[in-house]
Design a binder for this molecule. Structure first.
Ligand SMILES: C[S@@+](CC[C@H](N)C(=O)[O-])C[C@H]1O[C@@H](n2cnc3c(N)ncnc32)[C@H](O)[C@@H]1O
Length: 266
């Protein structure tokens, strides 16, 4: 399985054209949308893992993108490995992290690693890309095979509330001088997803050039409801399932935009 077949017509694979601007877009999303900075996410994980009977040392990030989170976890002393389906994103991660951090090119639900980790994490709403129930269930089973007994799985998602609300209806624009962009969101209730059309204008030849190159990508983000997630996680062998508001100690509520899920491998 490679890419989302329904999205192939007319659009490149998500992140193929935007991997090199991704980190700047994350900065913008932190300012505009309340996405948590990666040091905050990493500190949440460190706190969560601090009182475990068996210490957490080896961590796999699935959907690691350009390695923003891996970098923070490595700084905190964890031994990290990354996995992503986008070669362009992994290329950026390799530049950031150097040659010594293992990076695996694979598309969930496949996790082709023949070893166990103390923890698996998935940051920045990547599981919202899983296109159907079967991929979600298979992903949970693959993670359960990859994390040791008593180990931790933490992921965050965009809430269904957000995909129906501002991430289902609005248009945003950003102007960062040499990089301008438009995010257009459209919610499709019957399919339980939002289509995010991302159009980017980047100064070709660097900040001093006078022409812009335009690219457009379609990112389809699926709503994940609590009952479905809990059932899939439990069936895969996870326990102690808890949900928090955006990497905080607060429980989720009706207005939660980002949900942080913490689970233990039974
Ligand atoms: C929003 S980015 C998050 C990147 C990173 N976790 C971070 O904190 O910045 C989503 C990432 O998920 C990856 N991704 C989406 N669906 C995937 C799948 N089925 N298998 C592997 N990677 C996937 C994309 O290629 C992209 O790099």
């Amino acid at each position: 399985m490679k890419g989302q077949p329904c999205l192939s017509a007319g659009y490149p694979e998500p992140y193929a054209a935007t991997a090199d601007t991704y980190d700047r877009l994350v900065g913008w999303a932190i300012d505009q949308w309340g996405e948590r900075p990666r040091p905050h996410m990493a500190a949440f994980l460190q706190h969560l893992w601090s009182d475990r009977a068996q210490p957490i040392r080896e961590v796999l990030e699935i959907c690691c993108g350009t390695g923003l989170m891996l970098e923070q976890l490595a700084r905190l002393g964890y031994s990290v490995t990354g996995l992503d389906r986008s070669e362009a994103m992994l290329g950026q991660a390799r530049k950031r992290l150097g040659a010594r951090i293992p990076l695996v090119h694979s598309e969930l639900p496949e996790i082709p690693l023949d070893r166990e980790f103390d923890a698996v994490v998935c940051a920045a709403s990547a599981l919202n890309y899983l296109p159907d129930h079967e991929s979600l269930v298979r992903t949970f089973h693959a993670v359960a095979r990859t994390v040791r007994t008593g180990g931790s799985f933490v992921f965050d998602i965009l809430s269904a509330h957000r995909l129906r609300g501002d991430f289902g209806t609005q248009v945003w624009a950003g102007d960062l001088d040499d990089l301008a962009f438009i995010w257009k969101f459209e919610h499709h209730p019957e399919g339980r997803y939002s289509d995010l059309t991302y159009t980017q204008f980047l100064k070709a030849g660097g900040p001093d050039a006078d022409t812009f190159t335009a690219t457009r990508e379609l990112h389809r983000l699926y709503a994940l409801d609590h009952d479905t997630l809990r059932q899939a996680a439990t069936e895969a062998g996870f326990t102690d399932i808890a949900v928090f508001d955006n990497y905080s100690a607060h429980p989720v509520g009706d207005s939660t935009n980002y949900e942080t899920w913490t689970l233990t491998r039974a």
